[in-house]
Write a protein that binds this ligand. Structure first.
Ligand SMILES: [Zn+2]
Length: 275
């Protein structure tokens, strides 16, 4: 069994959690107990917990995410979701300072909020993230709702930010799907840009098996183009994607066993400063 860090997990145990429909489609209970059970049975050593959206469209409060992490007994660590307003930026920096060493990074919901990554509103957050080497994760690519803004969620929106802030660790979530090649170029161009492969296998169609091969091919090509697998980070996006689908995707990537191990574990450990 591979040793794994899951760098992209959602959970709230709230009744108006908008990801409940994905959980239902995957036959999941979608609660902390079930999540910890899966982590144990699939060899997931640690996970990062991110706020899911509520049916109102707002993210679950970061305090709730920290609360669930504390209940997980050192299995889950919080990523704080930052909204594009001064109040949220200020609160997240304060919360990160208060929980220093426990909070593992930040997340910005591009496409759900209509803002570009290099917007000045985030400057204090980026300063703080840089000084403590905390990664900022960005939703990139397809949005789960049909009203999402693809213009804001496009991975190339990260390029101006990475140009200005070479030290800031940036994670493009979902590999910018469907813009794999654009994300690949960001990984190649910028030393501190990474991509997670979470939530790529969602839903079923008669071409599901072909789609899984397609995804594995895109990720393999990205690794050949960049020349290494050091930039790619495993994640499920639980409950959007199941552990079994997420793991079988990595096993289909045509790279060496040691590179698979980097994707499952080593890259996240380094980027998110585990241990
Ligand atoms: Zn997610």
């Amino acid at each position: 069994m591979h040793k794994i860090i899951d760098a992209h997990i959602h959970c709230s145990e709230l009744r108006d959690d908008a990801l409940l429909s994905f959980a239902k489609a995957n036959g999941l209970k979608y609660n902390l107990k079930e999540l910890l059970h899966f982590m144990e049975s699939y060899g997931v050593f640690s996970g990062l917990l991110l706020s899911p959206p509520l049916s109102s469209g707002m993210p679950v409060p970061n305090e709730r995410i920290i609360e669930l992490c504390l209940k997980s007994r050192e299995k889950l660590f919080p990523i704080l979701t930052v909204e594009p307003d001064e109040k949220s930026v200020g609160e997240c920096v304060r919360l990160a300072k208060k929980e220093k060493g426990y909070v593992k990074g930040f997340k910005i919901r591009l496409g759900y909020v209509e803002v570009f990554p290099d917007n000045k509103i985030f400057a204090p957050l980026y300063e703080y993230a840089e000084s403590y080497d905390l990664p900022v994760m960005f939703h990139t690519g397809d949005t789960a709702t049909s009203s999402g803004s693809l213009k804001h969620a496009h991975p190339l929106g990260l390029d101006p930010l990475a140009n200005k802030r070479e030290r800031l660790k940036i994670v493009a979530c979902h590999f910018g799907n469907p813009w794999f090649m654009d994300t690949t170029e960001l990984l190649y161009k910028h030393e501190n840009v990474f991509a997670d492969i979470s939530g790529l296998v969602a839903g079923v169609s008669k071409y599901s098996k072909k789609y899984l091969d397609y995804l594995a091919q895109k990720i393999s090509e990205a690794i050949y183009y960049v020349g290494s697998a050091d930039k790619i980070i495993f994640g499920t996006d639980y409950p959007v994607e199941t552990y079994s689908d997420a793991i079988s995707l990595v096993k289909r990537i045509k790279v060496s066993r040691s590179d698979c191990q980097k994707i499952f574990f080593g890259n996240a450990r380094r980027v998110f400063q585990f241990d």
